[in-house]
Ligand binder design. Structure first.
Ligand SMILES: [Zn+2]
Length: 495
């Protein structure tokens, strides 16, 4: 190759300007054989390094907007290790701080009925509560999983009964996406970890969606798939009520037995693994945590939970599960909700209690398996010192004062959740390339609509059964007086 290539002083193909050092050229025997006049050498020097200088200059100019930013910041002068504020700032400039759970879209629902364009709503202004854009910027946030939450409904008697909760969940997905899209200079909507990283490099807050409970999908695995297609990237397996998949922590707290995961719950785990959707175990019972860990093929997350050994609230994660998380490769994102942090005296909770929980999670599960999941805007009371989204840096400084290293903090604030998400994506690709079909199981109590007496059936057996059981005529089919699906309307005025 070298013999057919014209002699040139430009860097050889494939070499970056940084690699094209004088040492490389000195090692070239052809270069060494040249006798160069000092004047000519000066010009030659300029010619040789011109492109390098131009590229380096450009790199400095664009560094803040690219991954080169981190390269340059790494080269900055070392800082005093007890200058926690500066250490924190440097980390958050190069590693995205990603919170696992914020209920802000719920406030758009209850306070604004999801109307965000009528001039009343301005997240750039200082709002009441915990979250607005100004304070997110102050808190140096790099990403947020926005919870698209709708409460469990006591009127929902059957697990498969979708009632209006599935509709309301669709509305929450819609309003969260519209809220994110309204501030493109601040937020970037993301469905992949690579999008989250790229968004952070551009100075935006990566914005992802999570559904907080299987009740929001009517316990339907087909609905889980559609939630994935709508961009939702985690599902909290239960909220404060049991569903077709699993037992919730609240059920056990009320003195009921902990039945863990149901058989449909096992199918849900299988489908979540296949889809590449994160399984969130915050809110589930301890047995559900153990059951899921025993069968999942991917890491799991806790989007907002604490350490049970520090505060024995059933919403928190016991040590055996923390050791399981270490094995599983997953993550527990530490919650800031006062009553989970101090059951005796929630009003006395401070930022130090959160640090205690994080420290315990890190000691038992490992620093590779801990993150931050505040539950801001989803709880009325937060620890003093951690009042809102502007306060994350204070928490990091406190952890540094307790001895956390920069590498541990980088894992905690964002690297862990991105690694977990990437590994879930990777495993899903493997499962799908193995040809595994989407799960078709449904809840055992599921009621299905019947057909009509004279439907154009595919199977003779169905047609005969329809006639035998008098399934009715097409225009008479509806939900009957009993409210049971598939019953036949006998009375014309019921139609
Ligand atoms: Zn919650």
């Amino acid at each position: 190759m070298a013999s057919t290539t014209p002699r040139t002083n430009l860097p050889p193909e494939g070499n970056t300007p940084f690699q094209n050092s004088g040492r490389l050229n000195a090692a070239n025997p052809d270069e060494n054989s040249l006798i160069v006049h000092p004047q000519a050498f000066q010009h030659d020097w300029l010619r040789r390094w011109r492109s390098t200088i131009i590229v380096a200059g450009l790199a400095v100019l664009i560094a803040p907007f690219t991954s080169l930013g981190s390269w340059f910041s790494l080269t900055r002068a070392p800082i005093d290790p007890i200058n926690y504020a500066l250490r924190t700032r440097r980390i958050l400039e190069t590693t995205p701080l990603i919170d696992g759970h914020n209920d802000f879209p719920w406030l758009l629902r209850v306070e604004l009925h999801n109307r965000i364009y009528d001039g009343k709503f301005d997240p750039n202004q200082r709002l009441l509560g915990h979250t607005d854009i100004g304070r997110m910027r102050q808190g140096m946030m790099g990403g947020q999983f926005w919870s698209v939450h709708v409460k469990c409904d006591a009127a929902q008697k059957h697990f498969e009964d979708p009632s209006w909760i599935v509709r309301d969940t669709l509305e929450q997905i819609d309003v969260a996406k519209r809220f994110i899209a309204e501030s493109p200079e601040v937020f970037t909507y993301c469905e992949t970890p690579s999008c989250a990283r790229a968004s952070f490099r551009k100075g935006r807050i990566a914005s992802m969606l999570g559904i907080e409970g299987g009740h929001q999908l009517g316990g339907s695995i087909a609905a889980v798939r559609q939630a994935y297609d709508l961009g939702v990237r985690y599902i909290t397996t239960t909220h404060n009520c049991d569903n077709a998949w699993a037992t919730s922590a609240s059920t056990v707290a009320r003195g009921n037995p902990d039945k863990g995961l149901t058989s449909l719950g096992a199918a849900y785990v299988r489908e979540m693994n296949r889809l590449g959707m994160m399984i969130d175990l915050s809110h589930v019972s301890h047995q559900t945590m153990r059951d899921v860990l025993s069968i999942t093929q991917t890491p799991v997350i806790f989007s907002h939970s604490g350490a049970y050994s520090v505060t024995p609230h059933l919403r928190n994660v016991p040590d055996d599960v923390l050791r399981g998380i270490r094995q599983n490769g997953g993550i527990v994102m530490a919650v800031f909700v006062n009553r989970f942090l101090n059951m005796q005296d929630p009003g006395a909770v401070t930022i130090h209690d959160v640090a205690d929980h994080i420290w315990h999670l890190a000691q038992v599960a490992g620093w590779e398996h801990v993150g931050i999941g505040s539950d801001f805007s989803g709880t009325p009371f937060t620890p003093s010192g951690l009042e809102d989204v502007s306060k994350y840096p204070d928490l990091i400084e406190l952890l540094m004062a307790r001895g956390a290293t920069d590498d541990q903090i980088k894992l905690l604030v964002g690297e862990n959740i991105l690694r977990v998400w990437e590994s879930i994506e990777r495993r899903a690709r493997e499962i799908q390339s193995g040809g595994e079909k989407p799960v078709e199981e449904e809840w055992e109590g599921r009621k299905w609509h019947k057909g009509y007496k004279n439907s154009p059936y595919m199977y003779r057996e169905t047609r005969e059964r329809a006639a035998r059981e008098d399934w009715g005529q097409p225009d008479q089919f509806n939900v009957g007086k009993t409210g049971q699906h598939g019953t036949i309307v006998k009375d014309e005025k019921d139609i």
